[in-house]
Every structure is written in structure tokens, then in C-alpha cells.
Design a protein around this ligand. Structure first.
Ligand code: FES
Length: 135
């Protein structure tokens, strides 16, 4: 499974055009994002926080395969929230089911930073046991 949810219409996504960094907390792992190597995991939108995490060995839970049909990939974007595409209604509906919701909560599979600023992502407690640092 993976890719894009066919029931969600056209998304307004601005892909990054230059390299930028994403830091995952609390493990404090920073990865460089290369615009030319996005979308290889086929889980979540290409260039999404989930895509970036999985490509770098950080396993955020994603029960639905990254198609905006669950809330297990909930993350909090501590820095760079405004550089991400806006959440569509379907994402907001799913997020309502996520515990520990914050104003800068997003589904990792749907949030695509545009690379104009480095991003800091917090993986919530309840998902953290499943998150692994790169080996
Ligand atoms: S993995 Fe299911 S909504 Fe992101």
C-alpha cells in the first residue's frame, strides 16, 4: 500500500528545490533532504515527513501505508510548520482521532515541507517506541 489517497482531490504542494534539513526529536537525528531523491519509499506523499523519515531509517508508525486513512503517523512540527503544504479536510478529520493533538500537529504522510527552512519534527510518546534511530 502507499502513494496517494484517490479520494483526496488535487493537493497544493510545493516541492523543495534545494537541500534542507529535518531533525527528528526526541532522538535528535538530523537528516539532509535532497530534492532529487524524494518519493522512493512509496509510503506517504513524495517528500512528506514520513517519506523522509523512512528513507533515513526512522520508522514512524503508518498503519494505512501513508494514504491519509488513519492517524498513527501523527507528528508535531516544532519548526517549519509554515513551510508545509496546508492540511486538507480529510487530514484534519483523521487528526481529530490522534491523541495529544497540538496546533502544529500533522499527519507525517501528508505534510510536505517546501525546503525554504529547516524543519524540526517531534514524534509523540505513543509512537516513539516504534521509532528507531538509523543503524
Ligand atoms: S499513515 Fe495513515 S494517515 Fe499517515
Amino acid at each position: 500500500m502507499g502513494g496517494q489517497n484517490p479520494y483526496i482531490g488535487e493537493l497544493d504542494i510545493q516541492m523543495p528545490t534545494r537541500k534542507y534539513a529535518v531533525t527528528f526529536e526526541p532522538m535528535n537525528v538530523t537528516v539532509e533532504v535532497d530534492p532529487d531523491s524524494l518519493g522512493q519509499t512509496h509510503d506517504g506523499l513524495p517528500g512528506s515527513i514520513l517519506d523522509i523519515a523512512l528513507a533515513n531509517g526512522i520508522d514512524i508508525d503508518h498503519a494505512c501505508g501513508g494514504v491519509c486513512a488513519c492517524s498513527t503517523c501523527h507528528v508535531i512540527i516544532k519548526q517549519g510548520f509554515e513551510t508545509c503544504n496546508e492540511a486538507v479536510e480529510e487530514e484534519d478529520d483523521m487528526l481529530e482521532n490522534a491523541p495529544g493533538l497540538k496546533p502544529t500537529s500533522r499527519l507525517a504522510c501528508q505534510a510536505v515541507p517546501n525546503g525554504t527552512k529547516d524543519v524540526i519534527v517531534v514524534i509523540p510518546d505513543w509512537n516513539r517506541n516504534l521509532a528507531q534511530e538509523p543503524h
